[in-house]
Write a new protein. Sequence first.
Length: 132
Amino acid sequence: LGMDKINKSDILGFYNETDYLHKLYSTMGITLFLYFFIECLITIIANIIALSLVGIIVSRSLRMKFKFNGLFSMSTAAITLPSLLTLIYALLYIFTGFTMENFVIMTTLISYVYIVAALINIYKNLVRISGN
């Protein structure tokens, strides 16, 4: 296998090459970026689905029939502001170390309040239109 021909200087020379380190760091950086991107995407999709299910529960309690596609679109709009706030918070944390307790709970609550308020507003408009 040629293992008897490898010596200490060959191993040190291999690890001291800057080209190797650049390749290693760039590969690790790209891998970590893709990992975090996919993780954030899955989290956002899971939050949208959870908001849609809350929308179904609220619409059924108001005796309205919504298709899941419509509630999914409303949930996507509702999750936009919390996602942007989370991005800003992450950048603040990275660059300044700023932390805030219960930030995730507050931003998630924003989207739930938004979807419930939108459905109640639609219900009130339907009642007003049908009453006239």
